[in-house]
Design a protein around this ligand. Structure first.
Ligand SMILES: [Zn+2]
Ligand SMILES: [Zn+2]
Length: 287
């Protein structure tokens, strides 16, 4: 999986950091965007990575402005740039909390935003939800075999985390297993059943978390230093140390801190077996 971070600042943009936005580039060169802070479309120009028609899905973790104020401008520009393509470049899915449809309808109506492509809006509920319904109301493009699960996490406004899982790949051929079956090396190996000789299937999981107040659940944003843990909680955020502890609990191989002001070494101290990265705007992460 390949991620590009377009905005890593919390609450307000700074000279070098924009507010939240991150793109997952799928194996088939489609783009799934997570959050869309103000100015996200300018970040696409500053750190070019794809064309407008490649955007398939936009996930919004919650409705705080630093995660959504860029969405209206982005949709408006997408309508412009995709207007000459057949069917406006294809259907776009927007997944977010309850209220997002009203927001889009209202802003669209009052600002004469005319979309040139089909936009399907899916509002999430209070229960965890598996977003793999290819023919239902939500038609996530699952060409790459990804599955997505959305689940609510505690914050001041309702916030969501998303787990994207790639299609499991068969395990490697296990020579020891073949030998243990007493089958000599040669063409007979090709006739063994996969479950007899293959190692466990593996898949990759990306857990993208909106703002979250509970370090026991997790996060995207290590917004505060740990000495300010109470302040972090009262603002509905987590600290780097909380993130590190969570990464350890779930056995994460990689923890990417985003939306932060605090030091990543605090997270690393909590999860020595996990690779910890603190990303800046325009940075790529592959795993
Ligand atoms: Zn935020
Ligand atoms: Zn927030």
């Amino acid at each position: 999986m390949h991620l590009r971070f377009f905005g890593t600042s919390s609450a307000v943009p700074t000279l070098n950091r924009n507010t939240s936005s991150c793109a997952l580039m799928t194996d088939e060169n489609r783009v799934w965007l997570f959050d869309c802070g103000e100015g996200t479309q300018r970040q696409f120009l500053a750190y070019p990575a794809f064309r407008w028609e490649q955007i398939d899905v936009i996930f919004i973790t919650h409705l705080h402005g630093d995660h959504i104020y860029g969405l209206f401008g982005l949709l408006s520009s997408m309508a412009l740039f995709r207007s000459t393509l057949p069917d406006g470049g294809g259907r776009v899915e927007l997944v977010g909390p309850k209220g997002i449809k009203d927001l889009i309808d209202h802003v669209g109506r009052e600002t004469e935003m005319r979309l040139t492509f089909p936009l399907a809006i899916h509002e999430l509920g209070e229960q965890p939800e598996v977003l793999t319904v290819a023919d239902g109301p939500l038609q996530l493009p699952l060409r790459d075999g990804y599955s997505v699960k959305a689940f609510p996490i505690p914050h001041r406004l309702r916030s969501y985390g998303f787990v994207v899982e790639s299609r499991p790949k068969p395990g490697d051929f296990d020579v020891k297993k073949a030998n243990a079956l007493g089958v000599p090396f040669g063409p007979m190996w090709g006739k063994l059943k996969p479950d007899q000789v293959l190692g466990p299937a593996t898949s990759k999981k990306l857990c993208f978390l909106g703002d979250c107040t509970d370090g026991a659940v997790a996060f995207e944003g290590a917004t505060f230093a740990h000495e300010l843990a109470d302040k972090a909680r009262s603002h509905g955020h987590s600290t780097a140390r909380m993130a590190g502890a969570f990464a350890k609990r779930i056995g994460a191989q990689l923890l990417v801190l985003n939306h932060f002001r605090s030091a990543p070494h605090e997270a690393q101290a909590e999860c020595p077996g996990t690779r910890v990265l603190a990303v800046r705007d325009g940075e790529d992460v592959s795993f």
